[in-house]
Ligand binder design. Sequence first.
Ligand code: ATP
Ligand code: SF4
Ligand code: MG
Length: 340
Amino acid sequence: MSSTPHTQTEMNPQARPEPILDIQNLITEIRVPGRSLRPVEIERLVVPRGQVVGIVGESGSGKSMTAYSILNLFPTAAARIHSGSILLDGVDMVTARENERVRIRGDKVGMVFQDYAMSFNPVISIGKQLMEQLLTHGRHENAKAKVLSVLNEVGLSAEVFSRYPHELSGGMLQRVGIASALVCDPPLIVADEPTTALDVTVQAQILELLKRIQQERNLSILLITHDLGIVAEICDLVYVMYVGQIVEHGTVHKIFKSPAHPYTQGLLQGASSVQSVGTHEIRVAIQGSIPGLTEIPSGCRFHDRCPYTMDICRTQEPGFYEVNGLQAACWLHDPEHSHG
Ligand SMILES: Nc1ncnc2c1ncn2[C@@H]1O[C@H](COP(=O)(O)OP(=O)(O)OP(=O)(O)O)[C@@H](O)[C@H]1O
Ligand code: SF4
Ligand SMILES: [Mg+2]
């Protein structure tokens, strides 16, 4: 076991060569009266080409705000990127001009949302909406044939082209959501809780579909979920997020085998107790609840819930340490402080 402090930047062999997504020193802010909150503070997050990377964490940990930051498109005018860089196939979404961002959203990254029903205009047919996306991106040639082909790819018949959103089931709509993300052939898909709103059988089908398409297209996927069962099933790498920060990352195999961060350990304990009753929902076996952005604890943000808190945890933020091939931000892995 190595216990040397490293920055995430130094320690990410997956970062080479040219990851499809490379986030560095990202701070996202939400302006509320009298102050600015920071839902995302990510030092480094990398999605290598052709891999499926998970972001996992409790509700409120900043997963969706991270997804919106990647698109540089927020559901609220109060949110914006404060600083940092988000390299998407080499182009920085933070400094790119708005017309270039519009091109990149679609050509370079497709987004699949949890609320698929909200993603569609109720009075325009599915086919027209998908064709509109192609036309916006300058793909006029064979647009209808392309839409029919991508509908077929996600397991929908040609007849769906002329249907309206309210005529489709939740599972079918989420297939359309995936078709919409794929229609401009981006190399990266960001999927935010793509199966959470669906019932269990349909969840499994949508997950199978994502896996198949990922392999057939050699796609990169950033999969945001609170469900560790999904991470185990589909992801190669995983980032664990807590109150806006990454606290641990590494291969799924290593994280599940021996997680190094107490927060990850708690998530996994919760997962195993619930998986035994046959549901994909995780229950977090960690005391207390995640703090809001106005009450972020000093030092290690997890210190008031951690079973191993030491004095230093309350005042100083830990850096990353390599532990058996994982990167964990925890003082337990610092040889000078590991005995409290
Ligand atoms: N419009 C907003 N105004 C103020 N705070 C917000 C706003 N949107 C999100 N937040 C806060 O930002 C933090 C991160 O929220 P986010 O939605 O990214 O979490 P999440 O990990 O996606 O949670 P979930 O699993 O519930 O989807 C939370 O503390 C949330 O309360
Ligand atoms: S730094 Fe301290 S409080 Fe934070 S997870 Fe590690 S032991 Fe727990
Ligand atoms: Mg979310």
